[in-house]
Design a protein around this ligand. Sequence first.
Ligand code: SAH
Length: 244
Amino acid sequence: MSKVYLTGAGPGDIELLTLKAYRVIKEADVIIYDRLANPEILKMSKNGCEFVYVGKEDGRHIMPQDDINETIYQNSLKYENVVRLKGGDPFVFGRGGEEAAYLQERGVRFEIIPGITSAVSAPAYAGIPVTHRGIAASFRVVTGHESPSKKTSQIPWENYKTDDTIVFLMSLHNLSKISKKLIEIGKPSNYPIAVISKGTTKDQIVVVGTLEDIVDKAKDVPTPALIVVGQVVKLREQLKWFET
Ligand code: SAH
């Protein structure tokens, strides 16, 4: 009886893959993978393993989510060991929940293999701890996909006045609107913010600035990238380790 493994590929650095993910990848008959999953991981599979690409390019879906769900399902009818490989963690803005529900409704067995999310690991490789005693007692991971100027926002902006860390994923295209919105709710214009591009990889770029100047400073930064807002950004000065 076949099984689908909804598997986190980690943020980029291939060694940030879990042992469990490594095991199912080695045993996979087919791997259905995303743009954000490091393609080097595919080389760990056995001979004859099939690869199916269902990624997105600059936010533009190569394949709509419904078709991805159906592709996973069809592969589960054909193969014993199906790996659905997703960047970071499958349940952190990975739509892994939708894929799991689709399989559950069709009686297909599945397992979730969590991965190291970029939301925490890219800041870590930038020398930015998302929490720090006396500085940030919590952190939030927020979608930056939705425009902050949207009238009926699902994001509780008013709650973001504190010094707790905010990590915005899928956010680079809204950087200007996000920084404006944070100033609008009362953060000072010199408040610390960082943009981390291609975190945990050899191409990692970290740009540190303020809510006022970050748009200018980060204008040429490539995706995938995330935004970190909070006093913890200042710790990078002392804790940066990856680039040095
Ligand atoms: N499930 C993934 C997130 C998917 S949403 C995870 O847990 O990491 C896609 C967003 O993740 C991108 O728009 C970007 O904001 C972020 N992202 C993924 N990999 C990244 C990386 N290596 N460096 C910086 N941001 C990354």
